[in-house]
Design a protein around this ligand. Structure first.
Ligand SMILES: *Cc1c(COP(=O)(O)O)cnc(C)c1O
Length: 387
């Protein structure tokens, strides 16, 4: 992290905390009266878990969500005391730390014994959200075991070893809102909640929707929506941009042109000579590669330099890739672009987007931002700061 105003980091992602706050407020309006859990797993999808969590809470999120207990511990160590839920455990997860730090635990089955053992040892009740598998086929209790899980859990609640705070599940195809499986999952979730409440569980929160579910299915909102991608201003829908959804991408990735030189027609570019220049031209060297989290497969992805778009040519290497300044016939390189700013992706206002890189790499915007490596300096900016 770098808050200083010193020389520009050579490779930098700027994260606009004002964009995060805007996105939270926008989604909170859509979800209301359901509340917003800001999902900051995987270091806040590469944006930095702690600064994003703080910005999201400032803007009205009331819960935080992470996959791992260790990620929740990081939030607590940073002084964040909002409710936090962690939902993906192994037998080596530190359930004791979670209980001691008041971190809520997702439980699908086998975890219950571990959680209860630690609660007994610490003489402190765990806070538990039971997860029902409504069809996704990953974590979650199979419906036929739900009553038995509820029975065991309620028994432990009576012993004072835990408190059941929530019931939750996760959608599989919410990015395709019209698929019938969404209706099936919502119905199965309703059924599981009803069974839990009939069994005598007093639930604080029922939660099912991720970002696409929240934006497209009001009937999936329940008490709480778990927002990851939307928090970062990205669209979960094929064919619908951030701007169309009223979201602002928070991350922009920049560097500077590291070398610039004229080469003759037919000159090879990068490993394997997968690209050769068509005519005498100027090549620009961009000093980021797969070691910085750029997908190696994303040949043809756009970058902007001096307001113009250039596609990546030749293979992307660990540390660098190349653009051909004159292949598109656009540039007069009288003035050398050496040292000029390169925007790899940004908010889409005159910049490429994470969606462009997702398309070029056969992936999704989630992966593009999350995989930016620690070699790239994160900087936090606030486009709404007044001073
Ligand atoms: C990652 C995750 C989310 C957030 O999903 P988005 O589509 O990024 O909003 C919500 N719930 C669970 C269980 C998750 O693992």
């Amino acid at each position: 992290m770098d808050f200083s105003a010193g020389p520009l980091p050579e490779r930098r992602v700027d994260i606009d905390l004002a964009a995060i706050r805007h996105n939270v407020r926008h989604i909170a309006d859509i979800a209301s009266p359901a509340r917003v859990m800001a999902v900051v797993k995987a270091d806040g999808y590469g944006h930095g878990a702690v600064p994003v969590a703080k910005a999201a809470l400032e803007a009205g999120a009331t819960w935080l969500g992470v996959a791992h207990i260790s990620e929740a511990v990081e939030l607590r160590r940073a002084g964040i005391d909002a409710p936090v839920l962690a939902w993906l455990h192994t037998e080596s997860s530190d359930f004791a730390a979670a209980i001691e730090l008041g971190v809520d635990l997702g439980v699908s089955g086998w975890e219950l014994a571990h959680v209860v053992a630690e609660a007994r040892r610490l003489e402190r009740p765990a806070r538990v959200h039971l997860k029902i598998d409504t069809g996704l086929g990953r974590n979650g209790c199979p419906p036929e075991k739900w009553e038995s899980l509820l029975g065991q859990t309620l028994q432990h609640q009576e012993e004072g070893l835990l408190r059941v705070v929530g019931v939750f599940s996760h959608l599989a195809v919410a990015d395709e809102p019209h698929r019938a499986e969404n209706d099936e999952q919502i119905q199965r979730f309703r059924d599981a909640v009803a069974v839990a409440e009939d069994a005598g569980v007093d639930l604080e929160v029922r939660h099912l929707a991720n970002t696409p579910g929240t934006l497209s299915r009001p009937d999936a909102h329940f008490d709480l929506v778990r927002i990851g991608l939307g928090l970062y201003g990205l669209s979960p829908f094929e064919g619908q941009s951030s701007i169309e959804l009223g979201l602002r991408p928070a991350m922009s990735f920049r560097t500077t042109v590291a070398n610039c030189k004229e080469v003759p027609a037919g000159h090879g570019v990068s490993y394997g000579f997968a690209y050769r220049t068509e005519k005498r031209t100027t090549l620009g060297l961009i000093p980021v590669g797969y070691g910085d989290g750029i997908p190696r497969i994303a040949v043809g992805a756009p970058v902007t330099i001096d307001g113009r778009i250039y596609p990546v040519v030749g293979r992307i290497a660990m540390d660098q890739f190349v653009v051909d300044f004159e292949a598109t016939g656009l540039v007069d390189t009288e003035e050398s672009p050496l040292g000029h700013e390169v925007v790899i992706f940004g908010d889409g206002n005159g910049t490429p987007t994470a969606d462009d890189w997702a398309r070029a790499s056969g992936s999704i915007n989630y992966e593009v931002v999350t995989r930016i490596s620690p070699r790239v300096t994160r900087r936090y900016v606030d486009s709404e700061a007044t001073s």
